[in-house]
Design a protein around this ligand. Structure first.
Ligand SMILES: *Cc1c(COP(=O)(O)O)cnc(C)c1O
Length: 399
């Protein structure tokens, strides 16, 4: 029976009859596993018999999470990591060797950019960041040494979309692997493997956990045998694994992902309607906004808009910072996908290390703010925004 995502997040990969009827998935907080005989140990190590050996190579609690995310992302196998960046670095180490080239969307997570710089300096693995609006644009940037296309969509923080169907079409023509960082939409709203990507990864720190208390990463692939090879090579030997306790918290958080994503989206839509009526707001960036020129792409690859909104306010950097400081319910913080609504100023926070010229080319102006809409009542969020806009309006009148 093929289950819906809402059911998968609650039941997949767990049989309580094998665990004393425990309704909750047990936490196997153990480093190692005893073998009943020496021969069992020999067979486990040779691979002749499956089973637990040592928790860096696999843990029953972590495995439940991996099985759930595999089905949720419509993949064939998954690996859990100690952070989103551990998932990013592991897949890039797996896919590349010295001299190779990686083609990236023009916006990528700051630390992913940092990792690519290390790979270039130390191993001569080069990369290009390009706009990916059409097949032609992508095709032009493919080099003989290109091995993979690495994309984020929507791109942080301008919510610009990469057309995943175009990326997959070009990749298939050139035999390139496609990796998608799917953190911003969560597996509930977008499934790149279904479109033809080879790997999807998540900072599970964000929507998948949803409660702001874990740092974790997940990688899902469309080939089970290859995923097991990564488990027994890059993951085992680099050692960036997820702890059983973090997996246990993630299993707990993941159960409500569908309910949370629906509420995040519902609240975001209410806030957009409100923001559109504010004189101090210049531009709003949201994939499912009908006025968004990329709305068609959004509808083709996402099932809803999710909880992230970016917008610019009048008054430049001073106005943006004054606005943030005037909020009380909404917290000033990076990260996203939590129950709490968070606001951040990309130009001086998440994207402060990007050179100004590049930053402006990407549309990250000093007046841009990014809001991770939480699960509070929308009216309370609007009331908080309203009193902060009143401060901004007073300032603008004075200026
Ligand atoms: C947060 C984030 C990461 C990094 O994840 P960590 O869990 O912090 O290591 C990678 N990509 C995106 C899009 C993110 O938002």
């Amino acid at each position: 029976m093929k289950l819906h995502k809402d059911t998968v997040v609650i039941h997949e990969g767990y049989d309580d009859s094998k665990h004393h009827g425990s309704l909750a998935v047990p936490l196997y907080q153990t480093s190692t596993y005893s073998f009943d005989t020496a021969l069992t140990g020999e067979k486990r190590f040779s691979g002749e018999e499956s089973g637990n050996i040592y928790s860096r190579l696999g843990n029953p609690t972590v495995r439940v999470l991996e099985e759930r995310i595999t089905v949720l992302e419509k993949g064939e196998g998954s690996l859990a990591f100690g952070s989103g960046m551990a998932a990013v670095s592991s897949i890039l180490v797996h896919l590349t060797k010295a001299g190779d080239h990686i083609l990236c969307s023009r916006g990528i997570y700051g630390c992913t950019f940092g990792l690519l710089s290390i790979m270039e300096e130390k191993y001569g693995i080069t990369h290009d960041l390009i706009r990916m609006m059409s097949e032609e644009e992508i095709e032009k940037a493919v080099k003989p040494e290109t091995v993979c296309i690495y994309v984020e969509t929507p791109i942080n923080p301008t919510m610009e979309l990469v057309d995943l169907h175009a990326v997959v079409a070009v990749a298939k023509r050139h035999g390139l692997r496609v990796v998608v960082d799917n953190t911003f939409t969560s597996p509930y709203l977008q499934n790149p493997l279904e479109i033809g990507a080879d790997f999807v990864l998540h900072s599970a720190t964000k929507y998948i956990n949803g409660h702001g208390d874990v740092i974790a990463g997940l990688l899902v692939g469309n080939n089970k045998e290859e995923m097991e090879r990564i488990r027994m090579s890059v993951q085992k030997d680099y050692g960036a694994i997820m702890s059983p306790f973090d997996a246990w918290l993630l299993i707990r958080g993941l159960k409500t992902l569908p309910v949370r994503m629906e509420r995040h989206t519902f609240n975001a839509e209410k806030l957009i309607k409100y923001l559109k009526g504010k004189a101090c707001v210049e531009t709003i960036y949201y994939p499912f906004d009908e006025e968004n020129p990329q709305y068609d792409i959004a509808k083709r690859q996402m099932s809803a808009g999710g909880g992230l909104i970016s917008f610019t306010v009048k008054g430049g950097k001073a106005g943006a910072q004054r606005f943030m400081d005037s909020l009380s319910l909404i917290k000033i913080a990076v990260s996203l996908g939590d129950a709490e609504t968070l606001i951040q100023h990309p130009a001086t926070m998440t994207h402060s290390s990007v050179p100004e010229i590049e930053r402006l080319q990407m549309g990250i102006t000093d007046s841009l703010l990014r809001l991770s809409v939480g699960l509070e009542h929308a009216d309370d969020l609007i009331a908080d925004l309203e009193q902060a806009f009143a401060v901004l309006e007073r300032d603008n009148v004075k200026a």
